[in-house]
Design a protein around this ligand. Sequence first.
Ligand code: GLN
Length: 445
Amino acid sequence: AHLLARIDRFDDDLNSFITMTPETALEAADRADAARAAGKAGPLTGVPLALKDIFCTEGVKTSAGSRMLDNFVAPYDATVVEKLAVAGTVSLGKTNMDEFAMGSSNENSYYGPVKNPWDPAAVPGGSSGGSAAAVAAGLVPAAMGTDTGGSIRQPAAFCGITGLKPTYGRVSRYGIIAYASSLDQAGPMARTAEDCARLLGAIAGHDLRDSTSVARGVPDYTGELEAPLTGLKIGLPREYFGDGLDPVVEAAVREAVKVYESLGASVREVSLPHTHYAIPAYYVIAPAEASSNLSRYDGVRFGHRCDNPQDLIDLYKRSRAEGFGEEVKRRILIGTHTLSEGFFDAYYKKAQQVRRLIRQDFLDAFEEVDVLMGPASPTPAFDLGANKDPVSMYLQDIYTIAVNLAGIPGISVPAGFAGRRPVGLQILGTHFAEARLLNVAHRFQ
Ligand code: GLN
């Protein structure tokens, strides 16, 4: 109840929530109290949190930040939502996001931009900007995000919190509104790696309803948090410290690396030679998958429908024209083009080949080192409204999207400030190395 009042008081200005769910939250809190009284409480019992508005929640509006789904009430819970409820957490509501998770600043939301709690002139990052801002502002201790190309790690960096993108397949995608299915992955955003470890333990695991989820046991992610880092081999990818990296961000990352050295780690430079192909490959693959996933919004079955359609084609055309925002339309057009006959081999197929090479770069690097470290984003949070050109916005994702193409896990942890704006350190590991990443992140905090 205390946090609900805080959200009422501060969120008009911050705009981090799209929908609040106070009634169901208070009911869930009562159930948590009862569980505690009965001696049946787990580590997450009664913990309040928020869900990015991309997770389907039964009986609650699930908009994905789009006008298209402004009237959509999900008929079922996503697996992540179900698992969090079983763990006893209390969801306070659904957080703001870039439309269909397309964006790096939360400015593509139908519900308006979110402010960065550290500096109201700055963006919170995106696409999970509402989740990051809500945690940073102390409105909730944790929130769920999704990361297709950095959407957990970059807003975590911009808002000075910790955000983990798990290995592709670690967490079920069932009930998460699809953006680019071969890249989408859900993960926790919280103040600390320790909190992320608890939450990941609750949401990870195989799910028969998501055929890409991996049948592999879920370790106790809190078990290794304190493990010493003596002998840890850290790689610094040369390509992550090149042109375009803000010197203040670079200095903060290098300071963090020194801290690790003082904890007994060794550091060496490594190379991820195909890094500069990551943005072009991602911006072919992601829009291609998006154009296919978004073809379901036709105004017929659910979602926005235009007034007075003249015939079926008119219904499709106007419903989609009115329901989707500009960036979403841009990506549908790009994706439809690259998948069309005559262009498929030149774009989509080529991008998939490049994706293989990018994945191999990481696997080669992890033969030599245990983790990679670098910046989460080339700059600290930029000003609201400052970045109007789509391509310069895409270039923001330079350090995050290769990770999704490779399917490996990554975590962003707070590593200082540039003036009032936080800077994030990104730590990457090989597939299913989440426990190691959380350990490394935790020892820094
Ligand atoms: N900024 C990237 C994009 O716009 C990543 C978004 C995401 O991870 N969902 O596609």
